[in-house]
Design a protein around this ligand. Structure first.
Ligand code: MOS
Length: 704
């Protein structure tokens, strides 16, 4: 009766619900008697609110409340740091005082019978400020870099790491490069904006809220409001893309809950597209320097990688900007350092491939520069520096299929037909460029729990608090449960996205399948044991729960990462400087692939994100007030179908017995990592122009 589901290309089991509009997202859970809230954001970038004149707004029909720091309830804000909150600093306390710390910070909330009335009233508020001059650019002379508090401890997340003597190696080397890189601030821009509907029933609060981490949203809102966590229930069955923007619980969730309590009715609060650009995190802008030295035959002798990321003044957001550098290649002398530039902006957050995407951009562009300094094929340079172990941690890799990825990717792409000289490949009048880069991302695993019920009709129900922002979690977890229980896919009903389901780690960091999948497998095995103990008879239902934890011992003994190689072809029109990515081939060693169809879909999505990072995405701030000026979908450029050519993910066979019981490493992040440097390197190959700034734009390529 056992069926093999793991490894099968099952279609998404929620696909029909999504395309027919039956999938319900946070803002779809309209409640009887619901009112609407609109956030009014500060129109200055720094300073104080002197006065909010709400007279005209209050006289409009339908207006139920206008909350400002003057009349909003004082909230408990009990200490709470979720797994995904910055370790250093304190979250924004919304409407608790008159300070304005960034452009668009909520300074008032209008609640009305209808959305139109709330928006109209919001526009009638007259707010006077005492404005100061904000610093919103890390290159501003007033910006000062600091050592991140969270990076002071020793270990992989420390700010500074060194082995050998890289300065001496660089000074002694005949061949070296030294370059600076600037990667733009980006926003996540998912289709679904951040949204919450809040409803109180007595002292109990229900939140239908877009969240990648419902158990944390529950804990955090309880801490902010000073109520027991059991009194908060968070529901989020579907997410319309997130990429990190809904990992943290941002202030609009608090505002929805407060407003609902104030007006005694359910309240819906949906961020406008503009508001999502400054109220829900962003990928921080980063400035980096990479210096490399090598022997004439291409062996790395020294690596220096310095990176600075922007953060807010009230929290230190840290990411893995330079953490890949100590282990991606073999090299005896390596120094990495990581700094933060606190600015008058809202706190950045994780965005797909957080840290790795920008750090690998700098390192992999630098490797390409070194290859040209050596007159060596860029892929051959990488082959010659393949390490036998993680030289940073001095540990073996649990598995590393980089050489196989080079092989597979290069052959699928046709890399051997590349001619080395910049500008040497043409297609008619178009300049053709072929570039490549490596990708890597840690194989994270977080403790997760799951519950399984075997019903008398022979089907099973499985529950875990997890989210599914698009990778296909509903489907892949159902595959694992069905296979473990020996049931058809249709015999398993997997439910997720509720804070009263067994807890799971954040739906991020590419760890959902490893973590939730392991918990579900463990729970299914426990249920099977119970069934066998009862000799196969189910009278009443059988229920089993399990918690699966990372193997701490294995994680001490091995360095665990997924690896990949990305190959890109660009075609550049030399007259107008337009760049088109014709082809992307990515080869990944990411452990067991539970569903090759979903995995390929994950990877093509990540490649699109990487093309956006390379060529389009950039949130531009007005230096006068730190306002994101292009905070809407007309001016924040994203790749659309016509921008995308052929995307071709490959998975090399990789069996990793150490990462977790399923042997999966996760794919969400690695699929974006490596794409931007491969594009930048292809642009160099096509034109001979080394662009060290993202996104690469027409003005970088046009001769003046
Ligand atoms: Mo992703 S940045 O781990 O949501």
């Amino acid at each position: 009766m056992s069926e093999n589901h793991i490894g099968q290309p099952h279609a998404r089991i929620d696909g029909r619900a999504k395309v027919t509009g039956n999938a319900r997202y946070a803002a779809d859970f309209n409640q009887p008697g619901q009112a609407y809230a609109v956030i009014v954001g500060a129109s200055i970038g720094l300073g104080r609110v002197l006065e909010v004149d709400d007279e005209a707004a209050r006289q409009l029909p339908g207006v139920l409340a206008v909350l400002t720091h003057v009349n909003a309830p004082k909230l408990a804000y009990a200490p709470h740091k979720g797994f995904i909150d910055p370790a250093h600093g304190e979250r924004l306390h919304v409407l608790q005082d008159d300070r304005v710390q960034f452009y668009g910070q909520p300074v008032a909330l209008v609640v009305a019978e209808t959305l139109d009335q709330a928006e109209h009233a919001a526009g009638l508020l007259r707010i006077r400020y005492a404005a100061e001059a904000p610093v919103s650019d890390p290159l501003d002379k007033r910006a000062e870099a600091v050592v991140p508090e969270a990076g002071r401890e020793p270990g992989p997340r420390s700010a500074d790491r060194v082995r050998g003597d890289p300065e001496a190696a660089l000074a002694a080397a005949a061949i070296r490069i030294d370059a600076g890189y600037d990667a733009a601030r980006e926003n996540h821009v998912p289709i679904e904006p951040n949204a919450t509907i809040a409803a109180w029933s007595g002292d109990r609060l229900t939140l239908w809220s877009k969240s990648q981490f419902v158990v944390n949203e529950q804990a955090e809102i309880a801490a902010i409001l000073g109520i027991p966590a059991e009194h908060v229930h968070v529901i989020c069955p579907f997410i319309g893309g997130a990429f990190g923007t809904s990992l943290r619980t941002w202030p609009h969730v608090t505002l929805a809950a407060v407003a609902a309590r104030e007006v005694g009715r359910p309240v819906k609060l949906v961020l406008s597209r503009r508001q999502t650009f400054h109220l829900a995190g962003h990928r921080p802008r980063t400035l980096q320097r990479v210096a490399l030295s090598a022997t004439p035959d291409g062996k790395l002798t020294g690596i220096l990688h310095e990176g600075t990321g922007e953060t807010s003044r009230y929290e230190q957001f840290v990411e893995a900007l330079t953490s890949v550098t100590p282990f991606l290649y073999g090299c005896p002398n390596v120094r990495t350092s990581y700094r933060l530039a606190p600015l008058d902006i809202s706190t950045p957050t994780y965005m797909r491939g957080p840290g790795e995407a920008t750090g690998v951009f700098a390192l992999e562009c630098a490797m390409d520069e070194l290859a040209y300094a050596l007159e060596m094929d860029p892929l051959e340079l990488r082959r010659r520096n393949e390490p036998r172990m993680d030289e940073g941690l001095q540990l073996p890799f649990s598995s590393r299929s980089m050489l196989a990825c080079y092989e597979r990717g290069a052959s699928a792409f046709g890399w051997s037909r590349r001619t080395h000289a910049p500008g040497s490949m043409r297609d008619g009048r178009m300049r053709i460029g072929w570039g490549m880069a490596c990708a890597t991302y840690p194989a994270f695993h977080g403790e997760a729990s799951a519950r399984v019920r075997l019903l008398p009709d022979g089907t099973a129900e499985v529950e875990a608090a997890a989210s599914d922002m698009g990778p296909g979690t509903y489907t892949s977890i159902t595959q694992i449960a069905a296979e473990t229980l020996g049931l058809p896919m249709s015999g398993v009903r997997f439910r997720l996205g509720q804070s009263d389901f067994p807890p799971t780690p954040p739906h991020g960091g590419s760890m959902t399948l490893a973590s939730v999948g392991s918990a579900v497998r463990s729970a299914c095995l426990a249920a099977r044991d119970q069934l066998e103990a009862r000799a196969g008879r189910i009278d009443g239902s059988i229920e089993a729960s399990a918690t699966a934890s990372p193997d701490a011992e294995a994680r001490q003994r091995f360095s665990m990462h997924a690896f990949g190689a990305v190959f890109v072809e660009v075609a550049i029109d030399p007259d107008v400087g337009t760049i088109r990515v014709r082809r992307v081939v990515g080869a990944y060693g990411a452990g067991r692939i539970v569903n090759p169809r979903l995995a390929a879909s994950q990877c093509t999505g990540g490649m699109v994100g990487g093309i956006g990072m390379a060529l389009m995405e950039r949130t531009a701030l007005d230096p006068r007030d730190g306002r994101p000026v292009n905070s809407h979908m007309a001016d924040y450029l994203l790749p659309v179908n016509l921008d995308i050519g052929t995307l071709e993910p490959h998975f090399v066979d990789e069996v990793d017995p150490h990462v977790n019981q399923l042997g999966v490493k996760g794919l969400g992040e690695i699929a974006l990592v490596g794409v931007a440097p491969a594009v930048a390197n292809a642009v160099f190959h096509a034109t001979g122009k080394r662009i060290r700034e993202l996104p690469i734009r027409i003005e970088h390529l046009i001769e003046h």
